[in-house]
Design a binder for this molecule. Structure first.
Ligand SMILES: [Zn+2]
Length: 754
């Protein structure tokens, strides 16, 4: 053992020297600006300190939370591997992928005993398994020792999250010795960071290390914090190691890409995308991007096990773990050949199945796509929290027989106050009808902090565009973890209506919001559900984020509603002015042209965040009668070179239809680009800077999200020009509207350029 350790230190020493000579070349070319090159011995010394476990003293100087650098800890391995993802073979003809697409793993007792990190590891593993054909199994010598000479080990460290890369090659393996590929995690490593580290283990290197990265990002070397070797994390792979990226484009939204302030000196940016409109993609730690999942499935040859091995997915789609094409958003069909064109019509009740025990899916219910941020999870047995934390979460469905239920997980929070909505279709009834809706819910959590809220809404578009809240509960409701609680509501409806369940989580709490066994019957409910009828105290839904200027926060309260009507007077939602000082320097643009991207880096850009006038009456720009006009949803439009067309939202300049999803694929000749410029936008937006309706332009690659635009814009009235140029010869326009509030829509001018 001692000999092995000695050898590995020696090899690190050698490779650090070679790193240092690479660096000196860069230095001579002027890449580094403010720091003399250190001698190779210094580097080796610090790396040995690290290997000996003396980490805290060396790492105090990090000012960023993103500590993750296989290049420094294992420079030899890193140098041997192509970037982004390992190729199928090492030069020695040894496969570098995990054999049989199977990754055996162990979790050290220290991590296993930490409920939060243990839960996060399992959740991250589940995420990889769901989106790729790579399987993870707890290591069993009897099962895995014949096929695997290495195992992934999750081990605890005092600071940072980092890992080793890929399956060990021939020279790293030792006969009759199980090689450990370690993922080092401190106790604060989050689920998304663990997904990133698992990415390294299966073979991904950092996205921003790709050799073509200079086309897409600028590295701000002068803003990288000391010590000097932090810069290694921003080095490119180098020409000699340029490898095939399997035709997958550079992806700013990759889970393997650093955020804008990684290793930053006092929060200055260290990475800046060339295209500022795509900055919101940086630092994704929610999960695999479309292209991450595509790359992993291609590299692990997931389609090989499929009967139909013909990879005929079009429009950037790929064969997923279930042998079907996975398509970019806005596209569908067996081979991603169909552009989505949806416009919901109301459905007679007899065609629907609204009574549902969630054993075989969602029945006639569906997950809301535009108005919320997350989805309900369809689950059997214990929820993630119940599995890994003590005495919180849901143990089983309401009948305790392992049939399904829905829940919103409350630990893996992406944005504060995010919500999930479950909606019925728009139901058609012939005349005034009474219904009884009943359901079971579960809200048990840590009572030190206020848990989230579950509410039921009724929408009757004939009477109002707005939703009526007909029931809600906030905070801990259950006395015991095993309790499910019963609720029933009487409804009186006419013509068309829709029911919506909404679960909203608040920040920093533990406990799930569960929903099960919805029963929907004509007639009155059998016995009344009594409840107090006072308002709860106001609770704050959004914060104040600007340093100066006018800004509002949203607050809510709810009425403890009994049967029938609401019995509290006054509003449930309210906007209050934030106590911000006035700004010293006025911005160039008036408030309807505020281009600030929202605080949470949501993928939305509200062009008008003025609460007092959410949809000011900006005159729609008239259609140009000299140009060809495209309106029909779901079209592929082919442009001749130098041809100009206009694309208008459905019905423009009249109001667009509600509940619409509508894509247009624009193509031109190979080698030409598509130039898209907005003439006019008037699309529903909210005061808290979100976009319930939106138009999105995917101009970089079909699978990479673009900003979702809403609010008001007019080319005639704005000093700014809102325009985009495609990376290749195609672009995808996706228009989405929810089922509340319409507006004029958008007008887009599109030109094919050489
Ligand atoms: Zn990393």
């Amino acid at each position: 053992m001692l000999k092995i350790l000695f050898l590995s230190i020696l090899s690190i020493q050698l490779s650090f020297q070679s790193d240092a000579s690479d660096l000196s070349q860069d230095y001579l070319q002027g890449t580094f600006k403010d720091e003399p090159l250190r001698k190779a011995e210094d580097w080796t010394f610090s790396s040995m300190m690290v290997m000996n476990g003396d980490q805290t003293s060396k790492y105090k100087s990090y000012s960023s939370n993103w500590i993750d650098e296989p290049a420094r800890f294992l420079p030899k391995y890193a140098k041997e591997q192509p970037r982004k993802i390992i190729s199928e073979f090492y030069p020695t003809n040894q496969s570098a992928r995990w054999p049989d697409n199977l990754v055996p793993y162990q979790i050290s007792p220290e991590l296993m005993n930490n409920a939060f990190i243990n839960m996060s590891i399992h959740n991250a593993i589940e995420h990889w398994q769901r989106l790729t054909c790579i399987k993870f199994e707890e290591y069993q010598p009897s099962k895995h020792s014949r096929t695997h000479e290495a195992v992934v080990e999750f081990v605890k460290t005092n600071m940072g999250c980092y890992s080793e890369i890929g399956y060990p090659n021939f020279f790293m393996r030792i006969p009759n010795f199980l090689v450990k590929r370690r993922i080092f995690l401190e106790q604060n490593c989050l689920r998304g960071q663990i997904i990133h580290e698992i990415g390294h283990t299966i073979g991904f290197f950092h996205e921003h290390s790709r050799n073509d990265r200079d086309n897409y990002v600028d590295i701000k070397w002068e803003n990288i914090a000391f010590p000097f070797f932090n810069r290694l994390n921003f080095e490119k792979a180098g020409e000699a190691l340029e490898k095939d990226y399997l035709n997958v484009p550079y992806d700013l939204g990759s889970v393997m890409h650093y955020p804008a302030n990684a290793f930053s000196m006092s929060f200055l940016k260290t990475i800046e995308p060339k295209d500022k409109n795509l900055e919101f993609l940086l630092g994704n730690r929610e999960g695999l991007s479309f292209y991450d999942a595509k790359m992993a499935n291609l590299a692990y040859k997931c389609s090989n096990k499929c009967k139909n091995q013909l990879n005929n997915c079009q429009n950037d789609g790929y064969i997923g773990p279930d042998c079907k094409c996975v398509c970019p958003e806005g596209l569908t069909g067996e081979t991603c050949e169909i552009l989505i064109s949806k416009n919901e019509k109301s459905v007679p009740l007899s065609h629907l199945n609204l009574t549902c025990d969630f054993t075989e899916g969602l029945c006639s219910w569906s997950q809301e796509k535009f108005r919320d941020q997350i989805d309900f999870i369809l689950n059997r047995g214990r929820s993630f929290a119940a599995e890994y934390l003590n005495s919180v979460g849901i143990l089983d469905d309401h009948t305790f027989n392992q049939s399904g239920y829905l829940y919103v997980d409350t630990y893996f929070v992406k944005y504060r106050f995010e919500s999930a909505e479950l909606k019925s279709p728009l139901v058609k009834v012939k005349s005034k009808t009474n219904f009884c809706i009943s359901f079971w819910y579960h809200m048990f959590g840590n009572d030190l902090v206020l848990p989230g809220e579950l509410s039921v809404y009724l929408h009757q578009p004939f009477f109002s565009q707005n939703l009526t809240k007909i029931w809600s509960r906030a905070g801990r409701q259950d006395q015991n973890q095993s309790d499910w609680l019963y609720a029933q509501l009487d409804l009186e409806v006419m013509s068309e209506f829709r029911i919506v369940f909404k679960a909203q989580r608040f920040s920093g709490f533990l406990g799930d919001i569960g929903l099960d066994d919805i029963q929907f019957d004509e007639g009155f409910c059998s016995e009344p559900d009594t409840a107090p009828t006072e308002w709860t105290p106001w609770y704050i839904l959004s914060g104040c984020f600007l340093e100066c200027g006018t800004e509002y926060y949203e607050r809510q309260r709810y009425c403890q509603i009994g049967i029938g009507e609401k019995s509290c007077n006054g509003p449930e939602t309210d906007f209050q002015l934030c106590p911000n000082p006035e700004c010293q320097n006025l911005t160039d643009f008036n408030s309807t042209e505020n281009f600030t991207i929202s605080f949470f880096q949501e993928p939305t850009l509200n062009l008008s965040i003025d609460i007092k006038n959410p949809l000011p009456n900006v005159e729609p720009v008239e259609l140009n009668s000299a140009l060809k006009t495209v309106r029909q949803c779901g079209q592929t439009v082919y442009l001749e070179v130098n041809e100009t067309i206009q694309l208008a939202s459905p019905g423009y300049p009249q109001e667009y239809p509600l509940e619409t999803e509508c894509s247009y694929l624009i193509r031109t000749e190979n080698g030409s680009k598509i130039h898209l410029s907005f003439e006019y936008i008037n699309i529903e937006s909210t005061a808290i800077n979100t976009c319930p309706d939106s138009v999105e332009i995917r101009y970089y690659a079909l699978g990479q999200p673009g900003l979702r635009l809403c609010g008001n814009y007019s080319k005639n009235r704005s000093k700014k020009i809102l325009e985009f140029t495609s990376e290749n010869n195609e672009a995808l326009v996706i228009f989405r509207s929810d089922w509340i509030k319409s507006a004029n829509g958008f007008l887009l001018k599109i030109l094919s350029q050489n």
